[in-house]
Design a protein around this ligand. Structure first.
Ligand SMILES: [Zn+2]
Length: 322
């Protein structure tokens, strides 16, 4: 079988800071046979990084991942300073208040389920990829003993200073986190950003007490929105998203690390659908249907349809350390 290694195309003439690129074998099974699934640009406005990135699928286990990819040392160049997940809690709260009343009453995007952790009463929580700290703050207010971990140290410092919460810089494994020191570890849309997801999940296993829970939310590439929008699907977010999970590959990743996995739950996410539609319009890959889906009520209705068909583009897994 031919090994496909598609190039990363630079479509700009402007000088850029040096990015180191790396090729990787499959992040789940370690084999090195993959086929190109698609190429897509960096979607961040106004024109992203000007590069196009390749997404490949492992021919052995089916895992889909970005390859080649920026090295761990240089990928920070693709995170702009105003990257939304790194925004401060105050700004997030303002954004929530500005949502229209009907949306606040009837909308329940997946982010707002984050308070419901599978643990009886307040415990010890590690939030991996804590970003601006909004979730940490909410759980601390509910009596949890919280620790945040994020690779962006400026964001972590701001969360520590503004909210007085413990935030460490780096990834897993981390020298300041002893084994069996947490009841729950959460990864809200962070596992798809890491270079070695299996290592991170194995380390989370060690950090949990027996019976402890790992909660993981990621985009789902095996979804109707991905089939519709392809390279303009919001959940790709290249090159920041390095692994593109399906319910099956997410489950296999967690089980390979030793976890017992319950049902992988699909979540409706009309905001993502709208974002994909807007991106398709901007990139001129979408037609009338995309224009229609930029309209919030239409996106909400279609997100319900995807959910009913069990083909939503956002998913949540709860895994237990036996
Ligand atoms: Zn594989």
């Amino acid at each position: 079988m031919m090994l496909h290694r598609p190039p990363v195309h630079d479509t700009t003439d402007a000088p850029r800071p040096a990015v180191a690129w790396e090729d990787t074998p499959c992040l789940l099974c370690g084999r090195d046979q993959s086929a190109l699934l698609l190429e897509a640009p960096d979607p961040l406005p106004p024109a992203g990084s000007g590069l196009r990135f390749a997404v490949v699928r492992c021919e052995h286990c089916g895992l889909t991942y970005t390859n080649p990819r920026p090295s761990p040392r240089t990928i920070a160049r693709f995170y702009p300073s105003d990257y939304a997940p790194h925004r401060r809690p105050r700004k997030l709260a303002q954004a929530r208040r500005s949502r229209p009343l009907w949306s606040r009453l009837f909308g329940r995007p997946c982010g707002e389920r984050r308070g419901d952790l599978p643990w009886p009463g307040p415990g010890r929580l590690l939030d991996f990829g804590c970003g601006g700290g909004a979730f940490l703050k909410r759980m601390a207010d509910r009596g949890w003993t919280v620790t945040g971990l994020d690779s962006a140290d400026e964001t972590g410092r701001a969360v520590q200073e503004e909210l007085g919460l413990k935030v460490l810089t780096g990834t897993l494994p981390h020298p300041d986190l002893p084994p069996c020191s947490f009841d729950v570890v959460t990864m809200w849309h962070s596992l798809e950003h890491v270079h070695r997801p299996l290592t991170v999940v194995r380390e989370a296993f060690k950090l949990l007490v027996p019976g402890g829970k790992l909660v993981v939310a990621t985009p789902n590439i095996e979804s109707l929105p991905f089939y519709w929008f392809g390279a303009s699907w919001f959940g790709l977010d290249l090159p920041r998203h390095l692994t593109h999970f399906t319910p099956t590959t997410l489950r296999t990743t967690l089980e390979t690390a030793g976890f017992r996995v319950g049902r992988v739950q699909l979540l409706r996410h009309s905001d993502w659908l709208r974002s994909s539609a807007k991106l398709a319009v901007r990139q001129r890959t979408g037609g009338l249907a995309s224009r229609l889906l930029t309209w919030k009520p239409a996106a909400k209705a279609v997100a319900w349809g995807c959910y009913a068909a069990r083909m939503s583009d956002c998913m949540l897994a709860v895994a237990e350390r036996p």
